[in-house]
Design a protein around this ligand. Structure first.
Ligand SMILES: [Zn+2]
Length: 98
């Protein structure tokens, strides 16, 4: 059954993302569950703060964060405190990329 093992191994390899993602799929799952859980509610500043770094990281990677995290985006539009924090994180990320 060596061919089967080979097949399995090559499948495993192919499933890995080509570029290094900013977070593990486990983290993403946890986050998505958290977002689903709060889907119909406004996020609190605390919840936005928890998501802020990954939100900024995704944004800096060119992801459509407004599509991925509409509640975070909405909150950032409404809340100057969180927006300030977001901008600070973005500045750090941009610096890191130089
Ligand atoms: Zn806020």
């Amino acid at each position: 059954m060596a061919w089967l093992k080979r097949l399995f191994r090559s499948k495993e390899k192919a499933a890995k993302p080509e570029h290094k993602m900013a977070m593990t799929s486990e983290q993403a799952d946890k986050m998505l569950r958290m977002i689903e859980h709060t889907q119909d509610e406004e996020l609190s500043c605390d919840e936005v703060f928890k998501l802020l770094y990954i939100y900024a990281e995704m944004a800096s990677l060119g992801e459509d964060v407004g599509e991925l995290f509409p509640l975070v985006e909405h909150h950032l539009e409404m809340c100057p405190d969180c927006r300030e924090e977001y901008e600070a994180v973005m500045r750090i990320l941009e610096k890191r990329m130089d």
